[in-house]
Design a protein around this ligand. Structure first.
Ligand SMILES: Nc1ncnc2c1ncn2[C@@H]1O[C@H](COP(=O)(O)OP(=O)(O)OP(=O)(O)O)[C@@H](O)[C@H]1O
Ligand SMILES: [Mg+2]
Length: 505
């Protein structure tokens, strides 16, 4: 017959947030609470009478009964398996990581064991993500340091070989020197990619809509990816703008789509690029501790390639991790993606299964508000006027906006000849000329020369691409006052422009 206190006990036992089992001297389960049943996937009272060993994965079972008997011989409250990972076995055969506490209860019939069980899968996931984030950060810092030093070494290799080139006449020696220069330039390209993922974030970026840069990158990729691979692009009508450098988003896409194409190989296949708005729910935020509950722009690349094993997935984001043959991959693609996305306050998610393709999602937080930027959009008439030229309209447009929001007035052009015409019309109105170096009609250096012939005292900021190798002495001979290497951030551009327009005194 049940007493009221037995009912009360049952109620309390069942409402405990941790799993509880009571085990008798023979190892049989005599009591199990709701949470214990839920954790292990059993129905009400289904566990009663069963040996506790049914909850222990096969590979640990043989040792378990011994441990249990030893505990009963010298009972003492303690945690089980100190320093070891413990696993429980669910009814359906799957395992879960758990923590177990053991408490002996002395009864007239001998010692019974009260067992407390906590599911720690969520904690394990978070720990693993944190470890991974810390590891990537450490490697990033290290690689960034190395890249920086190497960049300087390579610059001098290039600089000195160009000096030697100017005095050597032997054609063979010239050809050899060119090889040195080309190899060093490739080294520099590599180093710049390393710098890209270790570069700290830049908070002064403008909010941009991702649709156009994405579309441009996809179009470009279509022409470089084998024709057996179909690239599709779809996008939501309303994707929030994000604070990120659009050329960096293009780099992210290039890397992801190239990986997808390489995973498909010579076969027929498809890659889908999707730009969508995304609002994480509670479960998602729990699984992704670096994300919060807000609006995100999500860029997904889904390929039908060979997929990745768990092992490969675990290492994929590490710099220099590659499964590709020597000369094919450097293993920097995904680490660069990670660096860029993290710098923009976002997060990358990878899902893949061997033989079934891969999906990478890049989440970028929506820009909070653009109000401050708009207010700055109308600079006063006394602000320094900058002549800006870059043959890529997107860059010229972005840079103009970056400079304008920093208080400059800007006349931006994507054709060097038109820009020159404008300068010729009113050379004295300008305080600074910013020019890209690689342009179709006229190089930046030539452009600078023309400008200087019209106004010898005008400061010129040269922006050079990844692969340009310009010796510093050549640059300064041409009267270039400053050099900015691509890819650069808006803040770097603004800082350079400020330095060159500051009143000298
Ligand atoms: N879409 C994908 N499908 C299958 N495996 C992939 C995919 N993306 C990346 N991987 C795996 O992750 C590894 C690392 O990718 P990552 O882009 O960092 O370097 P990589 O492609 O090998 O070289 P790099 O990008 O520098 O040319 C690849 O070598 C490949 O094994
Ligand atoms: Mg790659």
């Amino acid at each position: 017959m049940k007493t009221p206190s037995a009912d009360l006990f049952k109620l309390a036992f069942d409402s405990s947030p941790t799993g509880k089992l009571v085990i008798d001297h023979s190892g049989a389960i005599v009591l199990a609470n709701r949470e214990a049943e839920r954790l292990f996937g059993y129905g009400p009272d289904e566990l009663l009478g069963q040996s506790v060993e049914v909850l222990v994965p096969e590979r640990f079972r043989w040792g378990h009964s011994g441990v249990r008997r030893a505990f009963q011989a010298a009972p003492q409250s303690r945690r089980m398996g100190a320093g070891r990972d413990l696993f429980g076995l669910r009814k359906d055969g799957t395992e879960l990581p758990i923590e177990i506490g053991l408490n002996p209860v002395h009864t007239p019939d001998g010692v019974i064991i009260l067992t407390t069980i906590v599911d720690i899968s969520e904690r394990r996931t978070l720990e693993a993500q944190l470890r991974q984030a810390q590891k990537l950060e450490a490697i990033g810092t290290l690689a960034g340091g190395i890249a920086h030093d190497f960049n300087n070494l390579l610059r001098s290799i290039i600089g000195y070989s160009e000096l030697v080139t100017s005095v050597v006449t032997d054609p063979q020696a010239l050809a050899d020197l060119e090889q040195v220069r080309v190899a060093a330039a490739r080294g520099q390209e590599l180093v710049l990619r390393m710098l890209a993922f270790s570069r700290p974030s830049d908070s002064a970026r403008l909010a941009v809509a991702l649709h156009r840069p994405t579309l441009e990158a996809v179009d470009l990729l279509r022409s470089t990816i084998p024709s057996l691979i179909e690239i599709r692009y779809r996008h939501d009508a309303e994707v929030p703008p994000v604070r990120v450098d659009p050329t960096q988003v293009q780099q992210v896409l290039m890397n992801l789509v190239t990986n997808g194409a390489q995973a498909i190989g010579d076969a027929t296949g498809s890659i889908e690029v999707a730009l969508t708005a995304f609002r994480p729910d509670d479960a998602f935020v729990q699984a992704h501790p670096l994300m919060s509950k807000g609006l995100y722009a999500r860029l997904s690349v889904i390929d039908s390639g060979h997929g990745m094993s768990d092992e490969v997935q675990q290492h994929a984001f590490e710099p220099f991790f590659t499964t590709k043959p020597v000369g094919k991959g450097t293993g920097l693609g995904l680490s660069m993606v990670h660096g860029i996305v993290q710098g923009a306050g976002g997060c990358v998610d990878l899902q893949s299964r061997l033989g079934e393709g891969t999906r990478v999602d890049v989440y970028l937080p929506a820009a909070a508000s653009e109000v401050a930027q708009h207010a700055l959009d109308v600079p006063d008439e006394s602000a320094p006027l900058i002549l800006f030229v870059d043959d890529e309209e997107a860059i010229s447009d972005l840079s103009r906006r970056q400079l304008v929001s920093a208080g400059f007035r800007v006349a931006a052009f994507s054709a060097s000849l038109t820009a020159l015409e404008e300068f010729r019309r009113r050379p004295d109105s300008f305080s600074l000329v910013v020019t890209d170096n690689t342009m179709p009609k006229m190089s930046g250096l030539q452009f600078a020369q023309e400008v200087r012939s019209l106004r010898p005292d005008i400061p010129i900021l040269l922006v050079s691409g990844l692969v340009d190798t310009l010796a510093p002495d050549v640059i300064y001979q041409k009267g270039i006052a400053g050099l900015l290497r691509k890819p650069h951030t808006g803040a770097q551009l603004v800082a350079a422009a400020r330095a060159l327009t500051a009143p000298r005194g």
